[in-house]
Design a binder for this molecule. Structure first.
Ligand code: MN
Length: 285
């Protein structure tokens, strides 16, 4: 074998070895690619199955009407706690001017009331069973609310119930003399509307610190003026709040400063007697 032929053979052999090597490594790669492919496929299938599984509760949730809409539409029913929802203000922020200014309304509804709702839901987060009750039912029977959240339910549940009523019993078309059955009942219980106004305003002025002044239907089914501290509601004492005015400073301070009396006497200009009558009927049923 000449030197040249040997070189040639050698080169061929190297070449052959090289091709074999390439083929083998390609096959090896094919094998591992197939394995990786199967892995990706299995992963994709699991992801799809998970997506379908997760979609079912999502679809169910979407079918339900928005709680805020449902609640706003039915003021007759008590307030849901699963979850509690901030009802929309039934009129524009500036609708009650000049008696209540727009900025006060915006802060009062969007911040104060919203925070009561938020904190109430937070308190109930670890007590799903409790969420089946209405907010009012919890307030009527606070002893049955777990002790570690009782104070939060009292303050924030009370704040939610009180303010939901408050927006409804005011209206840009409100004011004037009371109408309907409540007008008669006020005259019978207090002698005249003027007398009732005077006593209601005085009670509101005398309420020390933050709280509410109320016209309630009491245990004996009689009209009575009462006050409560903080966000306590007459519901806690088995009374029905027919109407109430918020005498927390956040309700009037921007416009009236420390003059709570002036706020109380101006407030009559926005009282929605139709809604007060509806609540009076509710109290008797
Ligand atoms: Mn308030």
């Amino acid at each position: 074998m000449s030197e040249r032929t040997r070189n040639y053979n050698y080169s061929r052999k190297t070449l052959t070895n090289n091709w074999e090597y390439r083929l083998k490594s390609l096959l090896r790669r094919c094998g591992s690619t197939r394995f990786a492919g199967s892995l990706v496929l299995v992963g994709l299938c699991s992801f799809l199955a998970l997506l379908i599984f997760a979609y079912q509760p999502m679809a169910q949730t979407r079918e339900q009407p928005s709680p805020s809409v449902a609640q706003a539409a039915t003021t007759d029913s008590e307030l849901s706690a699963s979850p509690a929802v901030l009802p929309p203000l039934p009129y524009a922020y500036d609708a009650l001017e000049p008696y209540i200014d727009a900025e006060t309304m915006e802060l009062h509804h969007d911040r104060h009331h919203a925070t009561y709702v938020e904190n109430f839901n937070e308190a109930l987060a670890n007590y799903p069973d409790l969420q089946n009750q209405t907010v009012e039912a919890m307030l009527r029977d606070l002893d049955n609310v777990p002790e570690d959240i009782r104070e939060k339910v009292r303050n924030n549940g009370g704040g939610h119930v009180n303010h939901t009523m408050f927006w409804e019993i005011m209206s840009p078309d409100g004011g004037g003399e009371p109408t309907g059955a409540i007008a008669e009942a006020i005259n019978q219980s207090f002698g005249s509307f003027a007398q009732f106004q005077e006593e209601f305003e005085q009670a509101g002025k005398d309420r020390f610190g933050s709280g509410w002044v109320w016209l309630v239907s009491n245990d004996a089914n009689e009209l009575e003026i009462t006050t409560t501290p903080n966000q306590d509601t007459p519901i806690m004492d088995g009374q029905y709040p027919i109407m109430g005015n918020d005498v927390w400073e956040h309700a009037y301070y921007l416009n009236y400063r420390n003059n709570r009396g002036e706020y109380l006497s101006n407030w009559w200009n926005v009282v929605n007697w139709d809604e007060v009558n509806r609540r009076f009927e509710q109290a008797q049923s």
